[in-house]
Ligand binder design. Structure first.
Ligand SMILES: [Zn+2]
Length: 336
């Protein structure tokens, strides 16, 4: 079967390899769609997983993310079961499934954490449940309530999904983004999209909020500039109803923050709550965020159709990582 490997930085090659050997509790999935994650892009850019080197060992499921080198890569996977491990009883051949695994940039892949993919949802949609699970978890951790105001800093894949989830939770959501294509997509769902290259996002949010702080700010860009904006946007004022402003850090950062960018006493002075949101619950359970993600798509509360900006055959994967690094597309789905 064909499978993509990152052999050196900025270069993915497709090779012929034997189909994976099945562990007793795994199933073999014929991959119909595997979407490219930001962590895959980081591995591609640096030739190794710089971000994962910087996260603590116990970061949930860290071995899945951006692990293109040795194992192949791609963890946002949807497909059809073609073989069952010896101990598998709850699945049958030709079941449509989606989930999180390793080595999805391949024709076949051995998987354990899978969920039934409803007939209403395409395989491409199925390849979104993992990143959507990240956004669902971030929005639930934020504690956002009906009528709250939120800002999402950065409308890349995770930022965009966070925007849609915060809207579904009943918030008014302002977004900051610089890329034209992402601004357009975010504009379909956000209450306002602010381009920091044209207007000062901190001032604009202050105007929109009429002098009070937003309830929640999600950091989804992974840059020093957006961390500074998060701290600055927390405002000189209380949020409506006197709650603390909550900052939810969703991004993993390539480099440590440059602390002297912002007043390091501001977090105390502004009485902020900072929350880190490390993906979704790391193990499958009956109500975990990946199931919630499937339901949100199935019921139309989250619309991912406009986000799938390209469907690419496995052979073109290298080309596509290159265009993705230029931010020209939001979500690319590989179809082996
Ligand atoms: Zn991912």
């Amino acid at each position: 079967m064909k499978k993509a490997f990152l052999l050196e930085k900025m270069s993915i090659h497709v090779r012929d390899v034997p189909k994976p050997r099945l562990e007793p509790n795994h199933v073999l999935v014929k991959v119909h769609a595997c979407s490219i994650c930001g962590t895959d892009l980081h591995s591609y850019r640096y030739g190794e997983n710089e971000i994962m080197k910087r996260v603590p060992r116990n970061f949930p499921m860290s071995s899945f993310y951006g692990a293109i080198n040795s194992q192949g890569g791609g963890h946002q996977i949807a497909g059809e079961i073609v073989e069952l491990g010896a101990d598998v009883t709850q699945w049958k051949i030709s079941d449509r499934v989606a989930g999180v695994g390793r080595s999805g940039f391949a024709e076949y892949c051995s998987m354990k954490r899978i969920y039934p993919l409803p007939n209403e949802l395409s395989y491409e949609a199925g390849s979104f449940i993992e990143p959507l699970g990240v956004a669902v978890a971030a929005v639930r951790r934020s504690g956002i309530r009906l009528g709250d105001f939120a800002v999402v800093l950065g409308a890349g894949p995770i930022g965009h999904l966070t925007l849609q989830c915060a809207k579904a939770a009943g918030g008014t959501v302002y977004v900051t983004e610089v890329s034209e294509k992402r601004i357009k997509l975010a504009g379909m769902f956000a209450d306002e999209v602010i381009n920091p290259r044209e207007v000062d996002p901190v001032k604009r949010v202050e105007e929109l909020m009429g002098g009070v702080a937003p309830n929640v700010i999600f950091e989804c860009a992974g840059r020093d500039a957006t961390i500074k904006q998060l701290i600055d946007m927390a405002g000189k004022y209380w949020t409506p109803y006197g709650q603390h402003m909550r900052g939810v850090i969703v991004s993993l950062f390539e480099k440590p923050w440059v602390y002297d960018l912002f007043d390091n006493n501001a977090i105390i002075a502004k009485s902020m709550e900072l929350i880190g949101s490390p993906i979704y619950y790391p193990y499958e359970h009956p109500k975990d965020e990946l199931r919630i993600a499937i339901d949100l798509m199935k019921t139309g509360k989250i619309n991912i159709t406009p986000l799938i900006t390209a469907k690419i055959p496995l052979e073109d994967i290298d080309l596509d990582f290159k265009t993705l690094l230029k931010d020209e597309k939001l979500y690319v789905v590989i179809q082996p």
